[in-house]
Design a protein. Sequence first.
Length: 364
Amino acid sequence: MGKIYKGCRPLIIVGLMMAGLLASCKKDKNIIPAPPAKPIATLGLYEVNSTIYRRVFIGVAVGTVTKVYYSVFDTGSSAMTIDADGIIPASMITDAGITITGDSLVVNDVTVTKQTAVLTYGDATAGTKEYGNLAYATVTIGDENGSTKTGRIPFFLYYKAIDTKSGTKLGAHENDVFGVGPNTNFSGLQIASPISYFKMENGLTQGFKLAKFDKNSYTSNGTYVKDLLTIGLVPDDISSSSGFVMHDLVHTTAGYSPNIAATITYNGKTINGTLLFDTGTPAFANIEDPNAATDQATLPANSTVTISTSAGFTYSYTTTSDYNLTQVYNPSLTHDPRTIFSIDFFNDNQFLLDYTNHKIGLKN
């Protein structure tokens, strides 16, 4: 009997091991895999034109104010600004500032602080100045065609906007800006892109991407074009197989600069420069050439411009009488050394901004 016991013992142990293994496999089958990463939202934008000028707009509502205001979607700046008109009572808004009697003003679930600033858009030849205060509120991005909502985030509430060239005061909400660039400091205000404040979960990376704008959908009244803006980047968006050429951004005192080193070729001349791809520039691309013969000149129709970035992205276009309009400036006039490509670039190319890893992706 002893020999039989010893002979069966290994079989019993093996049997127990097999049973345990089968039980383990059975449990593994019940494990639910994590769902694939999904963007926070994919929203449409409004494409608007006036003669040669083109812009894209996005709907914005702040606090408990239900009215939607339409802001310029701007990759060339990094803060959301909105006129105080309709956001707080008119009695609190004067030409000299917003009336705040205590430490701050809270109305319509919007907190307006006493921290003031002047934000400047444009260059030395033309631009706009906004005067206002740092404020905080939840922000609804989009409108009845589709929207998403942030937590409580900082933005700039301005009480007046002035055209720097003419000195004219602009109308209410005429200069509302939805700036989505990578900087985090604007004229001393610690304020960033409203998109950068979303919390990322389940494999998402903080950032956004733009589909190619529809060249044929710009109208004077504005055409809603769906699925142009995706908030939140999934792994495939930033993988090496995505087709985007990724550019590392340089850190500055204002945050990460959106400017990209490149060579620019026009009229058979090649120069080195830095590029800004700016949806907020509505018509002319501006090539800054420190050796330009004149302070300002417009390239004639059928001129070819080619860019090649330090990361290997290349793009060429030909100017026409109303599309891809391009000016050449001497920086001594504009006091801005950057070459700026206008909204027409986005009609031919896709754009991605990764806030987490500080990269801009370009794809054509």
